[in-house]
Design a protein around this ligand. Structure first.
Ligand code: PEP
Length: 251
């Protein structure tokens, strides 16, 4: 049985003071039973957030990790083994900001995916189409290709220890949200693609929706049969709003 997950991607936001305040707020937030809650702080603050949330039942993840699993000579990068050592359990792979702004290719993302799993982290693979691709009727083709890239490289069983986040690029940080039915259609297609190779893996993998989720629209999105929670950007920077989204996943 899949457990809903609500995950907050803090992106490159936060100062020492604001991160401490947000961490305190999250620590006081009641977490509904039966759901998983995760946060992805900027790398610089991960240790502080892990310490601040100790015993609170909130998982901490990283927004990025290196293409190599272990520490070594790779200037500027953080190894998944180092992230695991400080208490990270999850890592985002392939967020559209990294694909588009940093220019991460599928080859690089695949290396990061494999390195993360090798070091015991669970990758959260982000997929999604641009507005241009949606308008050209290419949504399922694009998302299917992003997924196939990982399946072809590592096999379907790689998703026995991974989470997938469908995040239409046009909905990230724009205030535009996919309708529950639009999101459900893509989630169902993702699950079907996985099921064609392994029904058990497809049935167990958590599929999150991301793109301008807030307390006001979360319940409707999370009520769809193939949407197992959300990856939340802007709204995760406010503990009260994030708490309300978590409660929507718990209902
Ligand atoms: C994200 O960056 O993963 C995201 C979903 O952002 P927002 O909720 O702000 O659209």
């Amino acid at each position: 049985m899949r457990r809903p997950m609500v995950a907050g991607n803090w992106k490159m936001h936060g100062t020492r003071a604001s991160v401490a305040e947000l961490t305190r707020g999250l620590g006081e937030m009641p977490i509904p039973g039966g759901i998983e809650v995760a946060v992805f702080p900027p790398a610089l603050f991960i240790s502080e957030v892990v310490d601040g949330l100790k015993g609170k039942g909130i998982i901490v993840g990283a927004q990025n990790s290196a293409v190599l699993p272990e520490e070594g000579a790779l200037t500027g990068e953080v190894a998944p083994s180092q992230l695991a050592e400080v208490g990270c359990k999850l890592v985002l792979i392939g967020h559209s900001e990294r694909r588009q702004i940093i220019g991460e290719t599928e080859e690089v993302l695949n290396r990061k995916f494999a390195a993360a799993q090798k070091s015991g982290l669970t990758p959260v693979l982000c997929v999604g189409e641009t507005l241009e691709e949606r308008e050209a009727g290419k949504t399922l083709e694009v998302v299917g290709r992003q997924l196939s890239s990982v399946i072809d490289a590592f096999g379907i069983k790689a998703f026995a220890n991974a989470v997938i986040a469908y995040e239409p690029v046009w909905a990230i940080g724009t205030g535009l949200t996919a309708s529950p039915q639009q999101a459900q259609d893509v989630h169902a297609a993702i699950r079907k693609q996985l099921a064609a190779q392994d029904a058990e893996v497809a049935g167990n993998v958590q599929l999150l929706y991301g793109g301008s989720v807030k307390a006001a629209n979360a319940a409707e999105l999370f009520g769809m049969p193939d949407i197992d929670g959300g990856l939340i950007g802007g709204a995760s920077l406010n503990a009260d709003e994030f708490g309300a989204i978590c409660r929507a996943a718990g209902n």
